[in-house]
Design a binder for this molecule. Structure first.
Ligand code: FES
Ligand code: FES
Length: 164
């Protein structure tokens, strides 16, 4: 039995230590946002965030996640209260079939957490690791810029500031 912290909650998982994190998320924890695309670390559809970094969950054995914080798309926001990155992708209508989008959003979120004002080149370099068969790349780029602005606005909002 292993203990994982997923989206802020401690979860017990009974799985072989070599099981890819993606299978545990989808099959054991019913968190289905991350998708199986290639299963080989080559498409990005399975991306989640681990301790602030984008990670390909299809090639990450679950045993490596003990004591670390895993965030999936489900942990960012809700339908009623979407996170800025989710709002931006909706407002730009960035998805066509949607299969790649959860992974794109998680890598985008990780990028914006460490760099709130990424350049076009930095966004392209980061998202270039992801495949989108529908070709919505230009909308995804627009969504990234929109998300950066939304996150900056949220950070500047008095209601978001921490009181000393
Ligand atoms: S399913 Fe993980 S990179 Fe393709
Ligand atoms: S929206 Fe279909 S694969 Fe990207």
């Amino acid at each position: 039995m292993m203990k994982l912290n997923v989206n802020g909650s401690d979860r017990q998982v009974d799985a072989d230590p070599d099981t890819p994190l993606l299978y545990v998320l989808r099959d054991d924890l019913q968190l289905n946002a991350a998708k199986f695309g290639c299963g080989l670390g080559q498409c990005g559809s399975c991306t989640v965030i681990v301790d602030g970094k984008a990670v390909l969950s299809c090639v990450t054995p679950v045993v490596l996640l003990e004591g670390r914080k895993v965030t999936t798309l489900e942990g960012l926001g809700t339908i009623e209260a979407p996170a800025p990155i989710q709002r931006a992708f909706i407002e730009e209508q960035a998805a066509q079939c949607g299969y790649c989008i959860a992974g794109m959003m998680m890598r985008a979120q990780a990028l914006l957490q460490r760099n709130s004002k990424p350049t076009e080149a930095e966004i392209r370099a980061e998202l270039g690791l992801h495949l989108c068969r529908c070709g919505t790349h230009m909308r995804i780029l627009r969504a990234m810029h929109r998300a950066a602005k939304l996150m900056q606005t949220a950070d500047a909002s008095p209601t978001q500031r921490r009181t000393p």
